[in-house]
Design a protein around this ligand. Structure first.
Ligand SMILES: Nc1nc(=O)c2c([nH]1)NC[C@@H]1CN(c3ccc(C(=O)N[C@@H](CCC(=O)O)C(=O)O)cc3)C=[N+]21
Length: 287
C-alpha cells in the first residue's frame, strides 16, 4: 500500500479563495482587516515564514504591516513595538514570530499582545478560553490540522489520536482542540518522557508527529491504514525534513507531508483568525 497525500496546499488555496470574498465584503464596509508581523533577528527560516505570511495577505486582500527588528533588540524596544501595534487601528491582528532570540522571553512577549489582536491564539487569555470552551482565536497549527482532516473526510468522532509532542504551539493545544465535544476524539499526548512510544502510536487511528525529531515516526510504529500528519520541520543540508520517515508511506492510508501538508494550513488559519475577528468587530462595534 502507498499512502495517499493529504494535500494542504490545495486545501489552503480553497480556504484563501473563500477568505478573499469575506475580506472584500469587510473592505467594502470600511472594516479592512490588517495583519502585522513582528520579527526579531535574522534567522533565515523565520524570515522565509514571515515572507510567506505577507504573500498570503496580499493574495486575499488583507493589508499587512511588517515590523523587523535587529537581533540585539532590547526588551524595552520589543515592548514598545508591541505597544505600537496594540494601539494601531490599521492592525487588527498580529503575531510575534517565535522563537525570539535567547535574551528575550517568548511567553513574556506573548503576554503583552492585546488578546483581541492575537492572531496566533497563543496569548494566555486565549489559551485559557480554549481550556474553558469559550470562543476565541485558536492556535493556527492545531486549527489547520482539524480543518485538513475535515476537508478530507477523515472522521475524528471517537477516533484514537496519538499526538507526539507537547509544545505550546502544537501538541498541547491540539489535545485541547481534539477533545472538545465538537471533535470528540480520544487523545494520547506523548512526549520525550513516554516510555514506549511505539505502543501508543500503534494503537492510533491518527498520528500527529510534532516532536521536531527528523524521521522519528517509522512505518513499523503504525497501525496499517492509519492517517499520519507530519508537523515536524527540521532544516538539514539536504533540505526540509519532517518527523515522519519514508517507511510510513507503505503502512499509512493517508499522510500530510512536509512540505505541502500542515504548513500551508497553518498559514491559512492565521488569515482565518484575522478575518474571523474583523467580522466579529464589524458586527459588534461596541466591543
Ligand atoms: N508566532 C508564531 N506563529 C507561528 O505560526 C509560527 C511561529 N511563530 N514560529 C515558527 C512556526 C513555524 N510555522 C510555519 C508555518 C508555515 C510553514 C509552511 O508553510 N511550510 C511549508 C514549507 C515552507 C518552506 O519551504 O520553508 C510547507 O510545509 O509546505 C512552516 C512553518 C509557523 N510558526
Amino acid at each position: 500500500m502507498t499512502a495517499e497525500k493529504l494535500d494542504g496546499k490545495a486545501a489552503a488555496s480553497a480556504i484563501k479563495a473563500e477568505l478573499a470574498e469575506r475580506v472584500a465584503a469587510l473592505n467594502a464596509r470600511g472594516r479592512a482587516p490588517g495583519l502585522a508581523t513582528v520579527l526579531v533577528g535574522d534567522d533565515p527560516g523565520s524570515h522565509s515564514y514571515v515572507r510567506g505570511k505577507h504573500r498570503d495577505c496580499e493574495q486575499v486582500g488583507i493589508g499587512s504591516i511588517r515590523v523587523d527588528l535587529p537581533a540585539d533588540t532590547s526588551w524595552e524596544e520589543l515592548r514598545a513595538a508591541i505597544g505600537d501595534l496594540n494601539s494601531n487601528p490599521e492592525c487588527t491582528g498580529y503575531i510575534v514570530q517565535l522563537p525570539l532570540p535567547e535574551h528575550l522571553d517568548d511567553n513574556e512577549a506573548l503576554s503583552l499582545i492585546d488578546p483581541s489582536k492575537d492572531a496566533d491564539g497563543l496569548h494566555p487569555v486565549n489559551l485559557g478560553r480554549l481550556v474553558l470552551g469559550q470562543d476565541g482565536p485558536l492556535p493556527c497549527t492545531p486549527r489547520g490540522i482539524v480543518e485538513l482532516l475535515r476537508r478530507n473526510d477523515v472522521d475524528l468522532h471517537g477516533a484514537e489520536v496519538c499526538v507526539v509532542g507537547r509544545g505550546t504551539t502544537v501538541g498541547r493545544p491540539l489535545g485541547l482542540l481534539l477533545t472538545r465535544r465538537s471533535e470528540n476524539a480520544t487523545v494520547t499526548l506523548c512526549h520525550t518522557g513516554t516510555r514506549d512510544l511505539a505502543a501508543h502510536t500503534k494503537r492510533a487511528d491518527i498520528v500527529v508527529a510534532a516532536a521536531g525529531r527528523p524521521g522519528l515516526l517509522t512505518g513499523d510504529m503504525l497501525k496499517p491504514g492509519a492517517v499520519v500528519l507530519d508537523v515536524g520541520i527540521t532544516r538539514t543540508d539536504a533540505g526540509l525534513k519532517g518527523d515522519v520517515d519514508e517507511s510510513a508511506w507503505e503502512v499509512a492510508s493517508k499522510i500530510a507531508p512536509v512540505p505541502g501538508g500542515v504548513g500551508p494550513m497553518t498559514r491559512a488559519m492565521l488569515l482565518s483568525n484575522v478575518v474571523d475577528r474583523a467580522e466579529y468587530l464589524a458586527d459588534h462595534p461596541e466591543d
